[in-house]
Design a protein around this ligand. Structure first.
Ligand code: FE2
Length: 263
C-alpha cells in the first residue's frame, strides 16, 4: 500500500509522516497503517537542507544536527520514504546522491530507507505505472541565497524535458502522475485566486507549470497528485477529481484498486 502526502519542509511539516497523522488518515480511508510499504512526499522534502554533509555510496552523512536527527527518524520508519523534487530542496546535494535501481528505474539514495525519485522517470510501484515530474519556481527567490536556501535547478533543463517527452512517446498511459507544482487546471482548484482566467495566466511565469501543462496534454492518467500549494483540497475531493493537491493529509493507494473509493 502506498501513502502519498504533501510538502514536509525538513522538520517544519515532518508531522505529515508522524505515525499519529498517518494512522488518522488511514482510519478515515479504512486502511491498515501497517500495510504501508512506501510513503511519498510531493516535493519540498527539504532533506537534507544543509550542504554541510558528505555523500558516498551509502547515502548522506549530515553534520547539521537537525538533518542528523531527521535521518535517524526516517530510517526508523517501517516503510520506505520516497521524495519527489520540489523547489525548497537542496539540489546541490541531490545531484551527488548515488543512483540505484528500484521500482523499474533509477532512484537517488539518501539512506537505506529514504530515496529521491528522479524527474521525468517512470516507476512501477505496487503495480501502478507512475510518471514522476517535480520542481517549481520559488516566488521568494530574490530573498533567498543561491546554494544555501535557493537552487536554480528547481526549474527543469531543456535536456531533461526532452528525455521525459521521449519516455512518454514510448507509452503515454499512466495510473498516476506525481509532481511538485501542478498543471494549471489543478492549481486553480488548490488556490481560488487562480480560478479567474486573468490570474491563471500568471502561473505561466513558472516554466515548470508550462511543462506540466504540455505533459498533461500528451498523456492519459487517472489521478495527478501534487504539493507546493499547501492545500488539502485533493484529500477532501479525492473521488470526484483527477487533480489531487495535498499538504498535511495523506491518500492511501491500495494495490487491490480499492483506492478509487477511499472515503
Ligand atoms: Fe512547500
Amino acid at each position: 500500500m502506498i501513502y502519498i502526502t504533501g510538502d514536509t519542509h525538513n522538520t517544519e511539516d515532518m508531522s505529515n509522516l508522524s505515525t499519529k497523522n498517518m494512522k488518522l488518515c488511514c482510519m478515515e480511508q479504512n486502511a491498515d497503517f501497517h500495510a504501508i510499504t512506501a510513503a511519498i512526499v510531493l516535493g519540498d522534502f527539504g532533506f537534507p537542507w544543509s550542504s554541510d554533509c558528505t555523500v558516498d555510496e551509502s547515502g548522506i552523512h549530515p553534520v547539521d544536527h537537525t538533518d542528523r536527527y531527521l535521518l535517524k527518524w526516517y530510517n526508523q520508519k517501517p516503510f520506505k520514504i520516497l521524495a519527489v523534487m520540489g523547489n525548497h530542496d537542496n539540489y546541490d546535494i541531490i545531484e551527488k546522491l548515488p543512483e540505484i535501481e528500484m521500482f523499474g528505474a533509477k532512484v537517488l539514495k539518501v539512506s537505506d530507507n529514504v530515496y529521491y525519485l528522479k524527474r521525468g522517470e517512470v516507476y512501477y510501484i505496487e503495480e501502478k505505472r507512475i510518471l514522476v515530474l517535480g520542481g517549481a519556481m520559488s516566488d521568494d527567490k530574490v530573498w533567498r541565497k543561491p546554494h544555501e536556501s535557493w537552487w536554480e535547478q528547481e526549474e527543469w533543463g531543456e535536456g531533461e524535458k526532452k528525455s521525459c517527452f521521449a519516455k512518454i512517446k514510448e507509452n503515454n498511459k499512466f495510473d498516476f502522475v506525481l509532481s511538485h507544482t501542478g498543471p494549471s487546471a489543478g492549481i486553480a482548484l488548490a488556490d481560488d485566486f487562480f480560478s479567474n482566467e486573468e490570474n491563471l495566466k500568471q502561473l505561466h511565469r513558472d516554466s515548470n507549470v508550462v511543462f506540466n501543462d504540455k505533459i498533461e496534454s500528451s498523456i492519459s492518467y487517472k489521478k495527478w497528485f501534487f504539493g507546493h500549494w499547501h492545500s488539502d483540497w485533493g484529500y477532501e475531493h479525492y473521488n470526484e477529481s483527477k487533480y489531487i493537491p495535498l499538504y498535511h493529509q495523506g491518500i492511501v493507494i491500495r494495490t487491490d484498486n480499492t483506492a478509487e473509493n477511499n472515503f
